[in-house]
Design a protein around this ligand. Structure first.
Ligand code: SAM
Length: 203
C-alpha cells in the first residue's frame, strides 16, 4: 500500500481530471444509490473519495450529512474548494486502514479504493471499518477492478475483485445489485469494474 505522498503527487502532477480513475459523472454510483432508495435525508461516507464529483452530485440532490475520507490531503483540498466547503460535508484526511470512525453513517460508498488493499489482513481491516462505520442495517455501494480489469493502477499492485470477493467484505447482507461496468479513462483506455450494492442485515 502506498502512502499519502504517493497519492498527493498523483493528484498534483497528473491532475485530478487526467488521472485514470477520473469520471466527469459518477453515473454508476448515483444509479446504484438510487436503486437502494437512498434519499437526501440519509448520511453518506465516500471512502477513498479523493476529488470525486460524487459529493457535488449528493449536495445537489439535497444531502446535508456527507463525509469524504481520503489519504490525500491534496485531493480533499481540491474537492473542498470546488464545492465551496459547505457545512454538510466533513472532510476526513485519514488512512482507511488505521482510521477509527467516531460515528456511523447510513451509507458506505467506495469506488476504487478497496482493490489497493491486497493482503487478507488489509481486507479484514476494511471489512471491520465498514462494519463499524455504518449502521447495522446500513447500505453500501462498492466498485473495484473486476477479474478482467487492470492488474495495476497508479503504479501500485491491485487485487481484482469478483462479485463474491466484494460480497465477502460486507458480512451478512442483502446484495440488491451486482453490476459490471467498463470505465473509459481520460486517455481512452478501458477498465473493467465490478460493483455491488445492498444493505447489511443486522445480526
Ligand atoms: C483510484 S482513486 C479513486 C478516487 C475516487 N473514489 C474516485 O472515484 O474518483 C483511489 C483513492 O483512494 C485513496 N486511497 C488510497 N489508499 C487509501 C487508504 N488506505 N485510505 C484512504 N484513502 C486511500 C487515494 O488517495 C485515491 O484518492
Amino acid at each position: 500500500m502506498a502512502d499519502a505522498a504517493h497519492w498527493n503527487s498523483r493528484y498534483e502532477t497528473v491532475g485530478s481530471t487526467e488521472v485514470s480513475w477520473f469520471e466527469a459523472e459518477p453515473t454508476v454510483s448515483v444509479e446504484l444509490l438510487a436503486e437502494l432508495g437512498i434519499g437526501a435525508d440519509q448520511s453518506v461516507i465516500d471512502v477513498g473519495g479523493g476529488a470525486s464529483r460524487l459529493v457535488d452530485r449528493l449536495l445537489a440532490a439535497g444531502h446535508t450529512d456527507l463525509a469524504v475520507l481520503d489519504l490525500s490531503g491534496a485531493a480533499l483540498a481540491e474537492a473542498r474548494q470546488r464545492v465551496g466547503d459547505p457545512a454538510a460535508v466533513e472532510w476526513i484526511e485519514a488512512d482507511l486502514t488505521t482510521w477509527e470512525p467516531a460515528r456511523r453513517w447510513d451509507v458506505w460508498h467506495d469506488r476504487a479504493v478497496v482493490h489497493f488493499l491486497t493482503s487478507d489482513e488489509e481486507r479484514a481491516v476494511y471489512a471491520a471499518r465498514l462494519a463499524d462505520a455504518i449502521e447495522p442495517d446500513g447500505a453500501f455501494v462498492i466498485g473495484a477492478f473486476a477479474p478482467d480489469g487492470p492488474t495495476q493502477c497508479s503504479g501500485l499492485e491491485v487485487r481484482r475483485q469478483s462479485f463474491d470477493d466484494l460480497a465477502e467484505l460486507v458480512g451478512e447482507a442483502l446484495i440488491i445489485e451486482r453490476r459490471h461496468h467498463v470505465h473509459l479513462t481520460p486517455s481512452g483506455a478501458t477498465q473493467s469494474f465490478n460493483w455491488i450494492a445492498g444493505r447489511r442485515l443486522p445480526t
